[in-house]
Design a protein around this ligand. Structure first.
Ligand code: AHG
Ligand code: MN
Ligand code: MN
Length: 331
């Protein structure tokens, strides 16, 4: 049997000697929340957590019961730990202060509590995405300034995918690893050590239903990957689940490119920089891939707001660079 490596053991074995153990504790806090969310997701069809709450979020999207449940679980699992100074969530318009009764810590957590919500009722894989920064403001408790750091300043990033199994994939800047949840012991165990994504894939993921609104460069790129050229694995296979975490995870392991481009109606696309693009960009770069908005490296972008939208082109390095050339009119 392979080594039984828990999150604790992995962090202990890979963190620098002076590490305070706060990271390991934070990742365990997130893993604890993931266990609770995964439990609800897995029995969603049996209990009354499917369907809508009747409310809409800051993005004008109808909030589903599981969105709200996941958001609440993450907040409650981490608000009292003394490790965070502020949080921000896709489901909440403003930043989330740590309640005054709890002490503040040195870290900032941004998260998408449930990604792929539109797929919940169809039993399709969905996920949670998270991003961790160090506190930079001089204020006693966390502020908006702490939540608007460029993605390059992330100290850790990860996601949980609730699929055929529940998997936690993260990086603390020292490679990308995957832990698969074993419900029989209630532990996440290391299953994918040092994930590296292929330099070039043969899968493209994009919602072609929006193609009538794309700019000419995006149209030219998607047509290009569908032309026959055995020298570059073309034509690529089209794969689109509609859950960013699921599409990203498949392409991370198999190689390929995911695009949610800007278009004539939504020049900045639909995905959010702070709690969707940045965490996945940190992961993909530490796995040898790349993430761009078509013109700039995602991790270099300074956010203006916690719900700021960005076009996202992410995945295998050669594929993303090739897409950038088309989008920038160089091909
Ligand atoms: P969320 O459920 O957190 O709002 O995210 C949904 C996103 C993302 O998961 C996915 O890639 C994208 O919406 C799909 O959008 P389209 O249905 O427009 O393709
Ligand atoms: Mn999302
Ligand atoms: Mn979401």
């Amino acid at each position: 049997m392979s080594k039984l490596v828990t999150i604790d053991r992995h962090i202990m074995e890979t963190q620098p000697p002076h590490a305070t153990g706060e990271f390991s504790a934070l990742l365990n806090d997130i893993a604890f929340a993931a266990k609770l969310i995964g439990r609800e997701v897995n029995k969603a069809g049996l209990v009354d957590v499917l369907g809508f709450t009747g409310t809409t979020n800051v993005h004008g999207e109808e909030v589903r019961k599981l969105d709200e449940y996941a958001d609440d679980i993450i907040f409650k699992a981490l608000d009292h730990t003394g490790r965070l100074c502020v949080m921000a969530s896709e489901e909440r318009e403003e930043i989330i202060p740590i309640p005054a009764k709890f002490k503040c810590g040195h870290y900032v957590l941004m998260y998408d509590p449930l990604d792929g919500s539109s797929n919940i009722d169809a039993n399709v894989s969905i996920g949670t995405i998270f991003s961790l920064y160090r506190k930079v403001s001089s204020a006693e408790r966390g502020t908006l300034e702490d939540c608007l750091q460029p993605g390059l300043e992330q100290v850790a990033a990860g996601y949980i995918i609730y699929g055929s199994s529940t998997m936690l994939v993260f990086t603390t800047g020292n490679g990308v690893c995957g832990f698969t949840y074993d419900p029989s012991v209630g532990e996440f165990l290391l299953s994918h050590e040092n994930i590296q994504t292929p330099k070039r894939g043969k899968i493209f993921s994009v919602n072609e239903g929006n193609s009538y609104r794309w700019d000419s460069g995006t149209k030219a790129y998607v047509n290009y990957v569908k032309q026959v050229d055995k020298g570059t694995n073309r034509p690529y296979s089209g794969r689109y689940i509609g859950s960013l975490v699921a599409d990203f995870h498949r392409n991370l392991l198999y190689g390929g490119i995911f695009l949610y481009p800007g278009d004539l109606k939504n020049p900045n696309g639909k995905l959010r920089l702070v709690y969707e693009a940045n965490p996945l960009a940190m992961i993909v770069e530490h796995a040898g891939g790349y993430a761009s908005d078509g013109h700039r490296r995602i991790l270099d972008i300074k956010p203006d707001g916690i719900h700021q939208l960005t076009p996202l082109i992410i995945g295998s390095l050669d594929d993303v660079k090739e897409a950038e050339d088309f989008i920038q009119g160089k091909r």
